[in-house]
Design a protein around this ligand. Structure first.
Ligand SMILES: NC(=O)c1ccc[n+]([C@@H]2O[C@H](COP(=O)([O-])OP(=O)(O)OC[C@H]3O[C@@H](n4cnc5c(N)ncnc54)[C@H](OP(=O)(O)O)[C@@H]3O)[C@@H](O)[C@H]2O)c1
Length: 240
C-alpha cells in the first residue's frame, strides 16, 4: 500500500487530498497543527478503517517537525505533499479580500507568510527526506500558486504571498536537482487553480474535489522528466 503524508490536512485542499487518497486505498498520514480541533479530519480517520492516521505537525515548530519525523522513523513515504500555507492576516478568510497593500504592509505578517510557505516545506523536506528516499514512488510535491509565477504576473498586489510562492518555486526547483542526484527523488511544484476554500474564498473558479482529482492525476503521472517543473491541476505546465 502506498503512503502519502499531507501537511495542512485540517481543512481546504489538504483535507480533500486526505479524503481522495484514502478513498483510493492509500495509507494517509494527515498532519494538522491542532489535532484536537480537527474534528472533520478525526471523523474521516475514524471512518477510514485505519487508512488515515493523524499526526500533530505545525510547520513553524521545527523541533516538532523533527519529533514527527522520529515518531515515523520506520515509515516509507511515497508522496510527501506540502499543502500547509497561508496568505497571512490580510487574507480572504480574515478580511474577505487578500489585502497586503503597498503602503500598509505588515512585516510581521510578511515574516510569518515566508516562514510558513517557504521555510515550512523546506524544513519538512529536510526532516522527511529519508522516509521518501526509502519508498517506491519517491515524490515530493509542493502546492505553490500561479501568483508565484513571475512570467504570469499581469496585476499588482498580494506581495508577500506572491513573493513567498515565487521563493517556494525556486527552492523546489533547486531541491529537484539535489534530491534527484542524491536519492532519485522526484520533486515538483503544482498550482491547484483558484479553489473555493477558506483561502480561495467564495468567488473562486472551482471546488476542492475537482482541483484535487486533477492534482492526484498530475502527481501519479510525475516522472524524472517532469521533475523540477511547475504543473497546473489540469496537467498543463506553468512558466516560472
Ligand atoms: N485555494 C486556492 O485558491 C489556492 C490557490 C493557489 C494555491 N493554493 C495553495 O494551496 C495550499 C492549500 O490552500 P487551501 O486553499 O487549502 O488553504 P486553507 O483552506 O486556508 O488551508 C490552509 C491549511 O494550511 C494549514 N496551516 C496554516 N499554517 C500552518 C502551519 N504553521 N503549520 C501547519 N499547517 C498550517 C491550515 O491549518 P489550520 O486549519 O490549523 O489553520 C490549513 O489546514 C496552500 O499552500 C495555498 O497557498 C491555494
Amino acid at each position: 500500500m502506498a503512503t502519502v503524508l499531507v501537511t495542512g490536512a485540517n481543512r481546504g485542499l489538504g483535507f480533500e487530498f486526505v479524503r481522495q487518497y484514502a478513498a483510493a486505498g492509500w495509507h494517509v498520514i494527515a498532519c494538522a497543527r491542532r489535532p484536537p480541533a480537527a474534528t472533520a479530519l478525526a471523523a474521516l480517520a475514524q471512518a477510514s478503517g485505519g487508512r488515515v492516521v493523524i499526526e500533530p505537525l505545525d510547520v513553524l515548530d521545527h523541533a516538532g517537525v523533527d519529533a514527527a519525523a522520529r515518531r515515523l522513523e520506520a515509515q516509507a513515504i511515497d508522496v510527501l505533499l506540502h499543502c500547509a500555507g497561508t496568505m497571512g492576516r490580510g487574507s480572504t478568510r480574515e478580511t474577505g479580500f487578500p489585502t497586503n497593500r503597498f503602503g500598509e504592509l505588515d512585516y510581521e505578517d510578511w515574516d510569518t507568510i515566508f516562514r510558513v510557505n517557504v521555510a515550512g516545506p523546506m524544513k519538512v523536506t529536510e526532516a522527511f527526506v529519508a522516509h521518501v528516499a526509502r519508498s517506491t514512488q519517491k515524490k515530493i510535491v509542493a502546492l505553490s500558486s500561479n501568483l508565484g509565477s513571475i512570467a504570469s504576473i499581469r496585476t499588482g498586489g498580494i506581495y508577500a504571498y506572491r513573493g513567498s510562492k515565487a521563493a517556494l518555486n525556486a527552492v523546489m526547483k533547486a531541491l529537484a536537482i539535489d534530491l534527484a542526484r542524491k536519492h532519485g527523488i522526484i520533486v515538483a511544484t503544482v498550482h491547484p487553480g483558484w479553489v473555493h476554500t477558506d483561502m480561495g474564498g467564495p468567488r473562486a473558479d472551482i471546488d476542492a474535489p475537482e482541483s484535487v482529482a486533477g492534482l492526484v492525476k498530475v502527481i501519479d503521472g510525475l516522472d524524472a522528466g517532469k521533475a523540477g517543473r511547475f504543473w497546473r491541476y489540469d496537467g498543463t505546465e506553468l512558466p516560472w
